[in-house]
Design a protein around this ligand. Structure first.
Ligand code: DGL
Length: 275
C-alpha cells in the first residue's frame, strides 16, 4: 500500500455528487492530489440493494488502491451506509473517511426540535443511519424524506430546469409543514441544488452540507498518520465508468474543473479496467 505523503487521496461516488466533497477537500487542502472515480455506469446507487452497492464500492477501492491512493474518501452517503463497515474490514490497512447524514450538528442547532433529513432509500436502510436514529431520536424529532429523480436531474445538468423546483416543492414542503428548522443534506449530490432548496424551504430553515466537516476530518486523518502532502499544488485525476466528455462538462459546470477525464469500464469479477 502506498503511504508516502505525496500519494493522492482516492475519492469516489456514483457520479458527480462527490464533487461537492472534492471541492471542500481541495479548498481546505490545496497541496493534496486526488484521484476521483465516478461510477456513472451504475448511477443512481440510491434505489439499489445494499449488497450490490457494497460490491461496487469494493471494486472501486481496489482500483484506487492500485493507483496508489493513501486514503479513500467514500464521498457518497449511499455507499458509506452500505459498505463502509465492509470496506474497513476488507482493507484494514487503508484509512477510509465516509459520509453520514449530519444529524448531530442539526440536533445541536435546532430550536423547533424538528430536523429534516433528505437522502436516498438505501441510505435510510443502511446501518449508519439506523445508529443515528437510535442516538438522536430521544432528543429531536427526525423527519426523513427520499427524493426520487433529483440525482438524475443533477447528473444530466438540468438542475436549473423548472421541473427541479416542482420536485423540490413536492419533497420539501411537507417537511416545512412538519416544523423543521434544520435540513440535513444526506446525499452528496444535493448541495448542487442548495439555492433552489433554500428558495423552497425559506430563510428560517438552515441547510446542512457536511462537506466542510468531512474535509476537516480528512485533514485530521492525514495528520494523525503523518501522510500529508508536501507544500506544492496537488494534481487531480478523474475517472468515470460512464461517458468522460459528459462528466468533464459537468465537472466544469459544477466545480470549475477544466482538466481531462479518463474513461474506465467494469470488467469481469467486479474489477475496473482502463479503456
Ligand atoms: N451521491 C450519492 C449519495 O450521497 C449517491 C446518490 C445516488 O447515486 O443515488 O448518496
Amino acid at each position: 500500500m502506498a503511504s508516502s505523503s505525496n500519494a493522492p487521496i482516492g475519492i469516489f461516488d456514483s457520479g458527480v455528487g462527490g464533487l461537492s466533497v472534492w471541492r471542500a477537500l481541495v479548498q481546505r487542502l490545496p497541496h493534496e492530489g486526488t484521484l476521483y472515480l465516478a461510477d456513472q455506469a451504475h448511477v443512481p446507487y440510491g434505489p439499489r440493494p445494499l449488497a450490490e452497492v457494497t460490491n461496487y464500492a469494493k471494486g472501486i477501492t481496489r482500483f484506487l488502491l492500485a493507483h496508489g491512493a493513501k486514503l479513500i474518501v467514500v464521498a457518497c452517503n449511499t455507499a458509506s451506509g452500505a459498505a463502509l463497515h465492509t470496506l474497513r474490514e476488507t482493507f484494514p490497512a487503508m484509512p477510509f473517511v465516509g459520509m453520514e447524514p449530519a444529524v448531530k450538528p442539526a440536533a445541536e442547532a435546532t430550536r423547533s426540535g424538528v430536523v429534516g433529513i433528505i437522502a436516498t432509500p438505501a441510505t435510510f436502510q443502511g446501518k449508519l443511519f439506523q445508529q443515528l436514529v437510535q442516538r438522536f431520536t430521544s432528543e429531536v424529532q427526525l423527519e426523513t424524506q427520499t427524493c426520487p429523480g433529483l440525482v438524475e436531474l443533477i447528473e444530466t445538468g438540468t438542475q436549473d430546469a423548472p421541473e427541479t423546483e416542482i420536485l423540490l416543492r413536492q419533497y420539501l414542503q411537507p417537511l416545512v409543514e412538519r416544523g423543521i428548522d434544520q435540513l440535513v443534506l444526506g446525499c452528496t449530490h444535493y448541495p448542487f441544488l442548495r439555492q433552489a432548496m433554500q428558495r423552497v424551504v425559506g430563510e428560517r430553515v438552515t441547510l446542512i452540507d457536511p462537506a466542510p466537516a468531512v474535509a476537516r476530518q480528512i485533514e485530521r486523518r492525514l495528520r494523525r498518520r503523518r501522510i500529508q502532502a508536501l507544500p506544492g499544488t496537488g494534481q487531480h485525476t478523474f475517472f468515470t465508468t460512464g461517458d468522460p466528455l459528459t462528466f468533464a462538462e459537468m465537472a466544469q459546470q459544477l466545480v470549475g474543473y477544466t482538466g481531462a477525464v479518463n474513461g474506465v469500464h467494469w470488467g469481469k469479477d467486479c474489477e475496473i479496467e482502463r479503456r
